[in-house]
Design a protein around this ligand. Structure first.
Ligand code: HEC
Length: 153
């Protein structure tokens, strides 16, 4: 191996951490068209079973802090700040749900208290640990969307 290729490999390795969103659409490059996001962030469909766990996990989606969801009745506390998500798949199409998850402000307006889960700038109330990061990864967002699509009346 030439010195040159060893050097370029070393450079590649040091450059890697800046590609944290490799393989997925970078949060700043998400394309909103007519306030929806048609294309999967990962290029593949999400896993609804994983999405259900992320939804209930207080360190990840923490959706139950604000939303009632009868499918998760085994969890004790459901907040009521947002609308119940029972039957949400009948009200919103997948590209709309993706837009809500990525940047709730685009759909509900700047005043909404629903977090934007795939955005680098998430307002002044963003917890320090999320600054410069998204709350969920692209894969987790797609998993939650796949789960929401199962919530039919
Ligand atoms: C801090 C509270 C809060 C959290 C946490 C939250 N949401 Fe929301 N969400 C809201 C509010 C409030 C609305 C209603 C929109 C508005 O008026 O601002 C909403 C609306 C929605 C809607 C549209 C519902 C409908 O039927 O119109 C969906 C879908 C949704 N949220 C999904 C989620 C998911 C999935 C999570 C977790 C990944 C989540 N939300 C976390 C507050 C929250």
């Amino acid at each position: 191996m030439s010195v040159r290729s060893i050097l370029s490999r070393a450079l590649l390795i040091t450059a890697l951490p800046t590609f944290a969103f490799a393989g997925s659409v970078n949060p700043d490059d998400v394309v909103f068209k007519d306030d929806v996001v048609a294309v999967s962030l990962t290029g593949t469909a999400g896993d609804p079973a994983k999405g259900r766990e992320i939804f209930a996990n207080r360190k990840l989606g923490n959706c139950l802090a604000c939303h009632i969801n009868a499918d998760l009745n085994e969890q004790l506390f459901h907040g009521e700040v947002g609308p119940p998500l029972d039957g949400v798949a009948d009200r919103w199409e997948e590209p709309e749900l993706r837009a809500i998850m990525i940047n709730s402000k685009v759909v509900f307006g700047d005043e909404t208290i629903m977090p934007s889960f795939y955005r680098l700038k998430n307002g002044v109330r963003t917890a320090e640990k999320f600054q410069g990061k998204t709350i969920l990864t692209a894969e987790q967002v797609e998993d939650v969307i796949a789960y929401l699509r199962t919530l039919k009346e």
